[in-house]
Structure formats: C-alpha cells, structure tokens
Design a protein around this ligand. Structure first.
Ligand SMILES: Nc1ncnc2c1ncn2[C@@H]1O[C@H](COP(=O)(O)OP(=O)(O)OP(=O)(O)O)[C@@H](O)[C@H]1O
Length: 469
C-alpha cells in the first residue's frame, strides 16, 4: 500500500544490471557530461586502469570513458544511462602488466644500488649531487604514441601497479591539454604513493592546488604553458619542460622512495617527424629518459629504435594500442576542460567547495602572457658577433589589466613583481584565479579564488583559457 503523498505511480524505476565478467576481460563504458553511471563490485576482483575497486561500495562516474578489467573474474552490478557499454574479450592488460614487471625489475636493481650508495657513498657525498642519471635511480619511462593511442591510460596503469607494489613513482604529465592534478594548460609532476581516485580519472584525482579535498592531496610541481598544444609555442614549452626537469631532479634527490621508483612520463601526442621528433629529443635529454615506450605505431617504434637504440643506455619498446581507447573530439575536450576548471573552484559534486571572491586594486596586479613565438629574431638580422639566444625576446610579456581579461583564468606564480621577465618565465604555479569583473573607473578587479585567502602572489600569467559560470 502507498502512503499518502508517496505513491509509487510516476516514479522512474532505476534498472540495475548484474554482469559476470570472465577472467582477463573488460567492461568498457562511456558516460556523458550530464549523466551518471554507478557500479558496485559484488564479488571477485576488478580494477579501473590498474586501481583496484573495493567489493561493496558504490562508485559513480560522470563525463568519462573507462574500462573495468578483471584478472580472475568478477560479478558486478551497474545502473544509469551510459552512452555506450560493452564487454571486450580483447584486453591488452597482460602486455601492460608485463611492461610493469620489466620496470619493476629495474626498480629492484635501482633499490639495491641505492641502498649500497646510501650506506657507502652518501657519507661522503653532498645529497644535492645525488640527482638525475645517478646510480640507484629507477627507470625514467617516456610514453609516446599518436593522439588517442592510450598514453595517459598506460601511464595511469603503470602508476597504479607501481603504487600497489609500494613504490612512489614520479608521474610527469607533459600534455598541457589535460592538466594532471591541475588545470588544463599546465605541465606537472608529482610523486604518487597512494591509490588514485577512480571516480576522478580524467584529472588523476585532486591536488593541493585545488581547495580542500577528502583524499590526501598530491603536491605537484606545476608550470603554466597556457594552451593545449606544445606546437602553439615550442620555445616556451621546451623552456618549461627544462624547468620542470630541474624541479623533478631536486624532488628525487630528497626522496629515496621516489628516486628508486623512477619516473612515468606521459607525452603529448605530437609525433610527426619534423616538430615531434625534435620535441621527443629534447624531452629525452632534459628528463634523462632511459626507457621509451611506443604505443601501437610500428613506424614510430622503428624510427625511435634507429634513433635511440645505438645509445646503449636507452631502451625502446612497443606495446599494443587498446581497442577500447576512445578519441576525444574538440567539443568533448572543451567540456572536460570546462568541468575541470569548474571543479577547481567549486569542488567535485561529492565535496562541494565555496569559491571566494576578493576585490583588488588593478595597480596591485602584474599580469604577464607568453610572448608570441613569431617574435623570434633571426640571426641574420642581428649585429655581427651577437648571440641569437641573448637577442631573443623574453618568453613572457606584460599585459595591461583591462576588460580584455574578463573571465580569464590566470595562474598565480611563485614570483614577485620585482622579478625580471626571465625569472617570471621560469616561475612555477601556486594556483589559479578567475577574473570575474574589471571596473576601469574604480580601478578595481574582482577575482574568484578556490579558497578563502588573500591573493598569495600578485604576479599572474595569462593563457588562452576563460571561464564563465
Ligand atoms: N580500454 C579502454 N576502454 C575504454 N576506454 C578507454 C580504454 N583505454 C582508454 N580509454 C579512454 O580513451 C580515452 C583516450 O585515452 P587516453 O587519454 O589514454 O589517450 P591519449 O593517447 O593519452 O590521448 P591524447 O593523445 O588525446 O592525449 C580516455 O577517455 C580513456 O579513459
């Protein structure tokens, strides 16, 4: 019998589907921006991109494309309105697991050497010198493939498996359009020692540059490139990768666990022979890469093999592309980026934050943007004897705080207004703000911040991202 006012008539019933997933198969599903899919593992073991799901709790997903894989089989139930869902028997997970074990072997060797060095050599060595390329360092793995080949997914799987074995790999995202633990437009690195949040797969979970969170935040080193593709300004991009590599080396020098765990580097999908190979070269050199993994591209694999195999310390391997990888079109990418920006200020649905607005004097802010790369001065136009690099325009240029900045997302830099442009171009990111309003008459600017605080630095870097609620 229905209670008055609580009639079941007209209620939409939620259909739950129970599925038995056979060993070494995966359930792939896509969830749209405005829908939710929930799933619960009832028995057996299941993981999403290497991170294990617990038996019992309900996980919910929105705006994502994922695969739940099982090694030994599982029973689960799901409900909701996915854009697509199917079971695939053709998983590439065992080849990814083999790659993980090969890397693990290198980590074990590194740990042995590191223990010897810690004991025998460290007494006499300044710890600051014990950085990149030294004995006792785990593998530095660079993942390369064409766009939508599953690079980020492989990076997540290798990270999750390493963490499961008690490692703390330094994960490096060099793909600005994705923004690992940060906003789109950034490149970043963070040591991962705890499980990833499977419900926040697209952004690798939360970071300390976001507001307060329910899972322990990672503390990434972040640099702001300001747009989606490294080719938008190769010179600035390369300079930031160099800066990031210095930050990584100094973090590794201080962290024994991260040092022997090595680095997992997710590159942007630029692999054409002209710009792409040059970029790969500079990443390999800057980040002292010693293992290159190519995904599903025979020509790329062979080209890189020829290029790097003769250098004995670099190993080039290939793995298959998963048939489950879904291409992100431009509209989807923009929606995901918009969602990441919104969550940065307002929190994810399960931990809503109250963003905070402050008003500042226009004169108090110093805003920069990266210089156009077309400003590069040709050496033939330089006076005889001058060096091209010293004659280049600075990588960043000051911009007026004007209504053109309305809705812009600005990176708050670890910098002071007195710093030179060269210092500003190398500064890392503390967090982000959103310009809500600029009143030129009153000379005031309204700024949205993720937490209630004073603006921690008045030096801001503008990119191409805007946000309007
Ligand atoms: N086996 C799978 N089943 C379902 N979805 C998958 C699978 N593997 C990857 N995906 C999804 O496919 C999308 C693209 O994968 P991913 O981001 O790893 O590729 P990428 O090579 O890094 O892409 P890009 O070149 O755009 O950076 C992601 O949304 C990811 O979650």
């Amino acid at each position: 019998m229905d209670l008055p006012g609580l009639s079941s008539a007209g209620q939409s019933s939620v259909t739950t589907t129970t599925v038995d997933l056979r060993p070494e198969t995966e359930w792939r599903f896509e969830v749209g921006l405005d829908s939710i899919v929930t799933l619960k593992v009832l028995q057996g073991n299941a993981e999403i991109f290497g991170t294990e799901l617990a038996v019992g709790p309900t996980y919910s997903f929105t705006a994502t494309k994922l695969s739940m894989f099982t090694w030994r089989g599982c029973r689960f139930e799901w409900s909701g309105d996915p854009l697509a869902e199917y079971i695939s028997e053709e998983s590439v997970m065992s080849s990814y697991a083999n790659l993980h074990f090969a890397l693990e072997k290198l980590r074990m060797q590194a740990a042995e050497k590191d223990a010897y060095y810690e004991k025998e050599v460290m007494k006499e060595v300044d710890i600051g010198k014990f950085g990149s390329g030294q004995e006792g360092e785990g593998p530095r793995v660079l993942i390369i493939g064409s766009r939508s080949s599953g690079k980020t997914t492989l990076a997540k799987i290798l990270t999750a498996y390493a963490v499961k074995m008690g490692r703390s790999p330094m994960v490096v995202s060099l793909d600005p359009k994705e923004g690992m633990l940060s906003l789109p437009g950034t490149i970043s690195a963070a040591s991962f020692s705890t499980m990833m949040d499977v419900e926040e797969e697209e952004s690798w979970g939360s970071s300390a540059t976001t507001g307060p969170m329910h899972v322990p935040p990672k503390n990434p080193a972040v640099y702001y490139f300001g747009s989606d593709s490294p080719t938008d300004n190769i010179r600035f991009y390369k300079s930031l990768v160099s800066r990031l590599s210095i930050a990584i080396s100094s973090r590794l020098a201080m962290d024994h666990m991260a040092r022997v765990s090595g680095c997992i580097i997710d590159a942007a999908g630029i692999i054409d022979q002209k710009v792409g190979y040059d970029l790969i070269d500079s990443i390999v050199a800057d980040l002292s890469v010693d293992v290159i993994v190519t995904i599903g591209n025979e020509r790329l694999y062979n080209d890189l093999l020829k290029r790097y195999q003769p250098r004995k310390q670099i190993t080039v391997v290939k793995v298959q592309r998963s048939g489950g990888v879904v291409e992100h079109d431009a509209t989807y990418l923009r929606s995901i980026q918009r969602r990441m920006i919104k969550q940065y200020f307002y929190g994810p649905p399960k931990t809503a934050l109250s963003a905070f607005t402050i008003t500042a004097d226009i004169s108090a802010l110093t805003v920069y943007t990266r210089s156009e790369q077309s400003h590069l001065v040709s050496s033939s136009a330089l006076p005889i004897g001058s060096d091209e690099t010293t004659a280049l325009l600075s990588l960043v240029t000051k911009v007026e705080v004007s209504p053109a900045l309305q809705n812009a997302i600005l990176a708050v830099l670890h910098a002071s207004a007195k710093d030179t442009e060269d210092d500003i171009a190398e500064a890392s990111v503390m967090g982000f703000v959103n310009i809500l309003d600029i009143d030129e008459t009153k000379k005031k600017v309204k700024v949205l911040m993720p937490i209630q605080a004073r603006l921690p630095s008045q030096v801001l870097l503008m990119g191409s991202y805007h946000y309007l609620e």
